[in-house]
Design a protein around this ligand. Structure first.
Ligand code: ATP
Length: 137
């Protein structure tokens, strides 16, 4: 499909980058389908990242993602999933291309400013995790 899901993570929220990140997303041609500020409990963060349960950084990731408010959003554009991953850059900001959101705003591989879905299937699952059908325009 033509949708992806993103979160502006607690590090970027605390560092005051939310406005600049949303500006870059919109100027890159993504339309906002749904958007909210919210805070994940540890339980909800654990559920969202359940696919990473076996990874060594899972505990750290769940703790970090529940450490402060986030912005969750569903975005629409042709080729949304792939184009958004190009816009955010590599997971590790030190390896991210110049001009990408992670290069500009991320702190470290763990505290990396934004999430972007890795497939159309996960984009739908992740968007529905945060938003009901009635909230998606
Ligand atoms: P995302 O799914 O958030 O868009 P990604 O697909 O670039 O990120 P994944 O490998 O799926 O990266 O990891 C998910 C998240 O787990 C990363 O965004 C990062 O916050 C965290 N993470 C990944 N690798 C590490 C690591 N080595 N140490 C700490 N945290 C990590």
């Amino acid at each position: 499909t033509n949708r992806t899901f993103t979160m502006i993570k607690p590090d970027a929220m605390k560092n005051g980058h939310a406005g600049a990140i949303l500006d870059k997303i919109i100027k890159s041609g993504f339309r906002i389908v749904a958007l909210k500020q919210t805070k994940l409990t540890e339980e909800k963060a654990g559920e969202f990242y359940a696919v990473h349960k076996a990874r060594p950084f899972y505990g750290e990731l769940v703790e970090f993602m529940s450490s402060g408010v986030i912005i969750a959003a569903i975005l629409e554009k042709d080729n949304a999933v792939a184009d958004f991953r190009t816009l955010i850059g590599a997971t590790d900001p030190s390896k991210a291309d110049e001009g990408t959101i992670r290069k500009l705003f991320a702190t470290s591989v763990g505290e990396n400013a934004v999430h972007g879905s890795d497939s159309d299937e996960n984009a739908k699952i992740e968007g529905d995790f945060f938003f009901s059908g009635l909230e998606q325009f």
